[in-house]
Design a protein around this ligand. Structure first.
Ligand code: NAP
Length: 336
């Protein structure tokens, strides 16, 4: 079966997802797109197979030719579109963050739980990255013993002009919150944010050192940098009771010459996580063909945004701030 997909928002990542749905993956076809910038939607549609351009996102959700919806518009618009998809009974892939406030995430959780079956997959693609999957397998395999610490870094070469301070936590760091919960298989109980001397190249609170304490007492440190200039660098290492497991440098080739050795640092998230984006959307199409959703859930989206909210409350003081989650509905009892 071919899943007919409608895409809302065809900016940087929306356009890339239309490309992979059209040219890379199997079992899906993009039949409709909408973007507040209609000219952009028309350019993307013309370049990638000519889906119909609709006026607004609600038209995409309501289109009887659309079986499933991909939301890749700006974060504050996600709630309305995801709720619209749940009401229409259509599977929806929502780029992270699920929504930018806990209240909005909980409205989505409540709507999906009331329906009694999952329709929402959140774009936490690191869970599909082969390197992260190998790291999780190493931790779950038990060879390093119980985890004690997780060291992580999320370094961006630069960020776009519309990027504001809070986005470092509620748009960027949500990936690190999700991956820590997933790797360690427990919730984050408290957050502290430390602010070192600013990067003089940026007009932002940059970098940040974000600390998580999990329910069992594992400590996580995440460096969140927005302007490292040298490339896109994602790091993670779990320290266990009798060993460590970490993401390796991902170079297929190292060049040695003139007394030096060199490898490549990915230019951006598209290069570093290309395979993960392919795998997450292929999994989404396969579940959507059955009218279902698997992978990162609305609950995972809510939990990550709750961590971001606690982090925002800690900025300026560094005080440990509790993350208070609502009781988890039975629908989200298992990881998938
Ligand atoms: P972007 O380049 O700014 O694209 C967003 C697009 O959506 C723009 O064309 C924007 O138009 C449009 N848009 C805004 N509001 C809309 C609405 N109400 N209806 C339809 N279209 C609307 O941003 P992006 O980098 O692609 O990010 C989009 C989303 O993906 C964000 O939530 C972001 O956090 C997420 N993302 C995830 C990853 C990941 O690694 N998983 C990576 C990048 C981005 P205007 O420009 O005219 O406002």
């Amino acid at each position: 079966m071919t899943v007919n997909v409608g895409v809302i928002g065809v900016g940087l990542i929306g356009e890339d997802h239309v490309r992979r749905l059209t040219r890379v993956l199997s079992g899906g076809a993009v039949v409709a797109v909408a973007d507040v910038d209609r000219g952009r939607a028309e350019r993307v549609a013309a370049a990638l197979g000519g889906p119909r351009v609709l006026a607004v996102g609600e038209d995409v959700i309501g289109d009887p030719a659309v079986d499933a919806v991909l939301v890749a518009s700006w974060g504050p618009t996600h709630e309305g579109y995801v709720l619209g998809c749940i009401a229409a009974g259509k599977p929806v892939f929502c780029e992270k963050p699920l929504a930018t406030t806990q209240g909005a995430c909980l409205r989505i959780v409540d709507a999906e739980a009331a329906r009694g079956a999952r329709l929402v997959q959140v774009g936490f693609m690191r869970r599909y990255d082969p390197a992260y999957r190998a790291l999780k397998a190493a931790v779950d395999g038990g060879a390093i013993g119980a985890p004690l610490l997780l060291h992580a870094a999320h370094r961006n070469p630069s960020v776009p002009g519309h990027y504001v301070d809070d986005m470092a936590l509620n748009d960027t760091m949500v990936h690190d919150a999700d991956v820590a919960r997933w790797l360690l298989a427990e919730e984050i109980a408290a957050v502290s944010v430390l602010t070192p001397r600013r990067n003089g190249r940026a007009d932002l609170r940059d970098p940040l050192l974000v600390l998580f304490r999990t329910e069992s007492g594992v400590l996580v440190d995440v460096e969140v940098s927005m302007n490292v200039a040298y490339g896109y660098d994602i790091r993670g290492e779990v320290v266990g009771e009798r060993g460590v497991a970490g993401l390796a440098e991902g170079n297929p080739v190292v060049v040695k010459c003139r007394g030096r050795f060199e490898g490549r640092v990915p230019a951006d998230w598209r290069e570093r996580f290309m395979r993960a984006y392919d795998l997450e959307l292929q999994a989404w199409l396969e579940a959507a063909a059955l009218g279902k959703a698997t992978g990162p859930s609305a609950w995972d989206g809510y939990a990550a945004t709750a961590v971001a909210d606690a982090a925002l409350a800690s900025v300026g003081t560094g005080a440990w701030t509790p993350v208070k989650l609502r009781e988890r509905p039975a629908l989200y009892a298992t990881g998938d």
